[in-house]
Design a protein around this ligand. Structure first.
Ligand code: LCS
Length: 392
């Protein structure tokens, strides 16, 4: 059997090369529909034979198929689906695999949008939900119910960088007859491959590191043939399909994922160390620091620490505001995973949807500032923070 190519080679080559006319780059198939050779062929495709038929129907277009093949190769999954956003991927995941009366156990520290989807939308359809500290396997075990069908993990978690043990929780879920879904947006397959660790399905916002340049909205789900097959029809019916141009941008973005992620992480480590030693900073959340509560676990299940960090500034929300208003190179913006450094304030922005008591209990304080560290030269990012902190 041929040796599986290394990760970086798969970033560049996987999914590529099925092009007509010898085109070197995969074309953007900017078409809504596909012309059938015959009525018989159309009927066969509509009854389940592989083939393209209409852009909303997976495999959508050959551009989508190339992107899905590449991300599957990187995540170690057999099949995947491309969505219009990370939220659309999560919505399709939950609507496909859960029904009224089922219980979903979710990480308590998650992206605010996901929190809103689970806490206010799923519950409208009779799905029971609980938010649990999944960094503690005892709590996961204690909160599994007879009707628990899915455990949803976000690790590292947005915005506190809490890390949950995918392998161990996957085992607890499996024993209870539940599947494990992991949001891999922060780590990306470069640093963490949940399916290889024992998860059943991975979802990811492509808006972030997969696209990588802060210029698109997209999402993806990757898993086994069987699981993705069961999501296909709900995905088609819910209608949140990725656009073709976005699929092409994701395909192109992934070609440099390995280079970008290495640099994001290198810069994040430098910034984390700088902030950790700064007198105006109370606490830094970065899995690469020895003080991170799950530093050892992160070292076991991730091959690096990623490009995201958050920190608490002394002086709370006012000090945080002054810092954010005084950065010049780094932008004050939500989203993450772009080539440039983005800074935001979770309690008033990405996580404002969470009730204040919940946020405070989870460590999402008003003084917490989140940084998506870019791939600039680190000294310039550090200098910007140094200057900004002087103004606090
Ligand atoms: N999962 C995680 C971990 C996220 O951080 C986000 C968005 C999503 C899913 C949803 O993806 P989308 O639909 O936006 O593609 N996170 C954002 C954030 O932290 N700031 O702005 C969006």
């Amino acid at each position: 059997m041929e040796r599986e190519k290394s990760f970086g080679t798969r970033c560049v080559h996987a999914g590529e090369g099925h092009n007509p006319f010898g085109a070197h780059a995969t074309p953007i198939y900017q078409t809504s529909t596909f012309v059938f050779e015959s009525a018989e062929q159309a009927a066969a495709i509509f009854s389940g034979q592989p083939g393209y038929r209409y852009i909303r129907s997976p495999p959508n277009t050959p551009t989508h198929a190339a992107f899905v093949e590449k991300i599957c190769s990187l995540e170690g999954g057999k099949a995947g689906l491309a969505f219009s956003s990370g939220m659309a991927a999560e919505t399709a995941l939950f609507l496909s695999l859960l029904e009224s009366g089922d219980h979903l156990l979710s990480t308590n520290i998650i992206y605010g949008g996901t929190y809103g989807l689970i806490s206010s939308l799923l519950t409208k359809f009779g799905i029971e939900v609980s938010f649990v500290d999944t960094t503690d396997q005892g709590q996961v075990k204690a909160n599994m119910r007879e009707n628990t069908r899915m455990v949803f993990l976000e690790t590292p978690a947005n915005p506190t960088m809490a890390v949950s043990d995918i392998g161990e929780i996957g085992r607890i879920a499996r024993e209870a007859g539940a599947i494990t879904a992991v949001d891999n947006t922060f780590a990306t397959p470069y640093f963490q491959q949940p399916l290889r660790l024992g998860a059943d399905v991975v979802v990811e916002s492509c808006t972030k590191y997969i696209g990588g340049h802060g210029d698109l909205l997209g999402g993806v789900a990757v898993g086994s043939n069987e699981l993705i097959q069961s999501m296909k029809r709900p995905a088609l019916l819910a209608g949140g399909t990725m656009g073709t141009h976005e699929a092409w941008l994701c395909l192109r973005g992934l070609k440099t994922l390995h280079l970008r992620m290495a640099r994001h992480a290198e810069n994040a480590m430098q910034l984390a160390l700088f902030l950790e030693s700064h007198p105006k900073v109370q606490k830094v959340n970065y899995p690469g620091l020895a003080c991170h509560p799950q530093h050892l676990l992160a070292g076991r299940q991730m091959s690096g620490w990623g490009g995201m960090l958050s920190f608490e500034i002394k002086g709370g929300v006012e000090a945080g505001r002054r810092l954010m208003n005084n950065l010049r190179l780094c932008s004050l913006a939500v989203s993450l995973g772009s080539v440039d450094t983005l800074v935001e304030h979770p309690s008033s922005m990405t996580h404002a949807v969470m009730p204040r008591e919940t946020r405070e209990r989870l460590g999402i304080s008003d003084g917490l500032v989140r940084v998506s560290v870019g791939i600039e030269d680190a000294e310039d990012v550090l200098a910007d923070f140094e200057r900004g902190l002087e103004m606090v």
